[in-house]
Design a protein around this ligand. Sequence first.
Ligand SMILES: CC(C)(COP(=O)(O)OP(=O)(O)OC[C@H]1O[C@@H](n2cnc3c(N)ncnc32)[C@H](O)[C@@H]1OP(=O)(O)O)[C@@H](O)C(=O)NCCC(=O)NCCS
Length: 179
Amino acid sequence: MGDLGPEVTVERAVPADAEGIVGVLAAVGAEGRYIANEGPIWSAEQQRQVILQADPHLQLILVVRAGSQVVGTLEMIRGAWHKNRHTATFGMALLPAWRGRRLGERLVREAEAWASAEGIAKISLAVFASNQPALRLYHRLGYQEEGRRYRQYRIDDQWVDEIWMAKWAPFRSPESSSP
Ligand SMILES: CC(C)(COP(=O)(O)OP(=O)(O)OC[C@H]1O[C@@H](n2cnc3c(N)ncnc32)[C@H](O)[C@@H]1OP(=O)(O)O)[C@@H](O)C(=O)NCCC(=O)NCCS
């Protein structure tokens, strides 16, 4: 394939992706500024069990694969109760070398398609106010700020607000500007 590099796909995670997912979350966590964890959340075996035991109507775990390597992941979880089963919340992360290529958009669009198929009405997320790339992506896809927890985090010696954003069905978004 030469210059084209490996084929990049967005797919539902399978148990064999567990180690890759844990690796992505540990690496992005260790960067210390984009997601709440600061290292591994759990072991590859625990992640494998999560993938194996996930109820496919309540939980979606996606991976971005570049060739055989997992370079990104998204997890969306539907509210489990009658009170909140119309909602789903997600988080996602890409390894540094794979950012800025609209792969985040591909992940979110895939998750929105799953949410639509499951009849979910509202998708929510939380993002650090300092995370400009993520905020640009969410605004571009039509997510709106609906709340803010002031000085909820301290990152690089700065106070950082946590912004809560949401988007309501139908999850149509402006056309991507990606090639
Ligand atoms: C947030 C994240 C998932 C976005 O995915 P992405 O594929 O990089 O998103 P995009 O390619 O649409 O880029 C997002 C914006 O950042 C800009 N950007 C440029 N270079 C970038 C880089 N090296 N890294 C990140 N963003 C970059 C893009 O141009 C784009 O801005 P635009 O909409 O004005 O063009 C990804 O950057 C990431 O994993 N970040 C670290 C973890 C994280 O922040 N997770 C989300 C927590 S809420």
